[in-house]
Design a protein around this ligand. Structure first.
Ligand SMILES: [Zn+2]
Length: 456
């Protein structure tokens, strides 16, 4: 047996998307996360590449959480020949099922649209994967419990630990022959409205730490105050508030906040719309996994009753036509697809509209363009003037900021032998590198895509 321990960086190296790491223990190959590349075209094109490892030799995939940039490559990998188990906590697998089915549908629809309007460079546009691939991936799902060590193979153990980023999300500790590799996943916030405080790692011989907000501190705002200001201001303009949010990003937190504000009489009784074909399914995941969040069954029920939950696209069209002031939460969160695009084609040129961005906006996404003050944006091949007011609520972020990341690392009993900074745009990762050096004296590595490192 070869006793080398190696790690391959197959995604989220120099970018926030496409999370995929492969640990090669010498006789087992263990993949952590299997995310899709999103945002910039040069990144999206990477989804078509065969990763520089033998896919059929991967033994198992472990998932930190359900977000697409950590799970939506699974159907493609199964299609390429992966035939092991895909393991994670139960809520993560429930969310991942929703996400990858939705993603398969989007891939199929986009290929269809490209073929219909002939805007693909290829003669026949093919989807990256289809619904059959998605179902094949889901059939490999196998849940495990969090908070306890589980033996995966002789001399290889794993523990999934609550990290408060989204429902079911964890960081992963992988122990190989007595040495622990910690994969932070996406680290959550200390004071989330719906989720508990993230657990912290105690021991890490090797560490992979995310750096989405490695160079930033979130504004310390009174969320209720800020949100009611934005809503009341939009109401005064007789306008509509559009909140791009993916069904499993900030949507439940937003719904909860909006419902509370209305209960307290801080905002007018406007129609509140949750327009996501996945929204309902995700609410169900919340109902099915009560121990993973802080919302009571009664609150959850009342909150849902305060919203119009849209499933059917015809309903979307009716709501779009009705110009009375309202609040709309619709996916996707980075405005890369989904129903929010339909709303924007109708509302973004109207100065009475307010668009509130509520999560991380990656390079190359329309959300990032809006954030940076673009005067027009292109949707379905057509340009629209941005006359709406744009707000960015980083206080709603599901990601730890720089100070919270540093705090998350403060319980480690000894310094790791190697620290890899991942899951960040280059300027964030580099700012975090400097901060880690100043705080702990660590010399960190910023791996590049497809880099391989020997651990011992
Ligand atoms: Zn995430």
């Amino acid at each position: 047996m070869n006793s080398n321990l190696k790690i391959h960086f197959l995604g989220a190296a120099g970018t926030v998307t496409g999370s995929k790491y492969l640990v090669d223990t010498g006789d087992k190959k263990i993949m952590i996360d299997c995310g899709m590349f999103q945002g910039l075209k040069k990144l999206r094109l990477l989804n078509w590449n065969y990763p520089p490892v033998k896919v059929s030799e991967i033994d198992v995939i472990l998932l930190t959480h359900g977000h697409a940039d950590h799970t939506a490559f699974l159907p493609r990998l199964v299609n390429m020949g992966f035939n092991g188990l895909i393991r994670a906590t139960k809520p993560t697998l429930d969310i991942a099922s929703i996400i990858i089915r939705d993603s398969a549908k989007i891939q199929e629809e986009e290929a269809e649209r490209a073929n219909k309007y002939g805007y693909s460079k290829h003669e026949i546009a093919e989807p990256l994967y289809n619904m059959i691939d998605a179902e094949n991936a889901i059939s490999r799902f196998n849940s495990l419990e969090d908070g306890i060590w589980i033996e995966l193979y002789p001399d290889i153990k794993v523990r999934f630990q609550y990290n408060g980023h989204i429902l079911g999300s964890t960081f992963i500790e992988l122990e190989v022959r007595g040495e622990v590799i910690v994969f932070s996943g996406d680290v959550g916030r200390k004071s989330d409205l719906l989720l508990r405080e993230p657990k912290k790692p105690q021991k890490a011989d090797y560490l992979l730490i995310e750096s989405t907000y490695g160079g930033k501190i979130h504004e310390n705002l009174d969320l209720e105050e800020e949100l009611s200001k934005i809503i009341n201001h939009t109401y005064d303009k007789n306008g509509t508030l559009i909140i791009p949010s993916f069904a499993v990003e900030r949507a439940q937190t937003l719904m909860y906040l909006l419902w509370k504000l209305r209960e307290k009489g801080k905002i007018p009784k406007l129609p509140m719309i949750m327009d996501s074909p996945m929204g309902n399914n995700v609410l169900e995941v919340f109902r099915n996994h009560k121990s993973w969040h802080k919302m009571s069954a009664n609150d959850s029920k009342q909150m849902c009753n305060a919203f119009i939950i849209v499933k059917d696209f015809r309903e979307t069209l009716n709501i779009m036509d009705d110009k009375q002031p309202k609040i709309v939460i619709a996916g996707s969160g980075m405005v890369t697809g989904g129903r929010v695009l339909n709303y924007l084609t109708e509302y973004i040129e109207d100065p009475s509209t307010t668009v509130m961005l509520a999560g991380f906006q990656a390079e190359g996404t329309r959300g990032r363009q809006l954030l940076e003050g673009a005067s027009d944006i292109k949707i379905y091949g057509k340009y629209y003037n941005v006359n709406a007011e744009i707000y960015n609520m980083t206080a709603l972020s599901a990601h730890a900021d720089q100070a919270e990341l540093i705090d998350w690392l403060s319980d480690l009993d000894t310094n790791p032998k190697k620290v890899f900074i991942v899951h960040g745009e280059p300027h964030s990762s580099d700012a975090f590198r400097v901060k880690l050096k100043d705080t702990f004296g660590w010399d960190c590595i910023l791996p590049e895509l497809y880099d391989m490192y020997e651990l011992k």
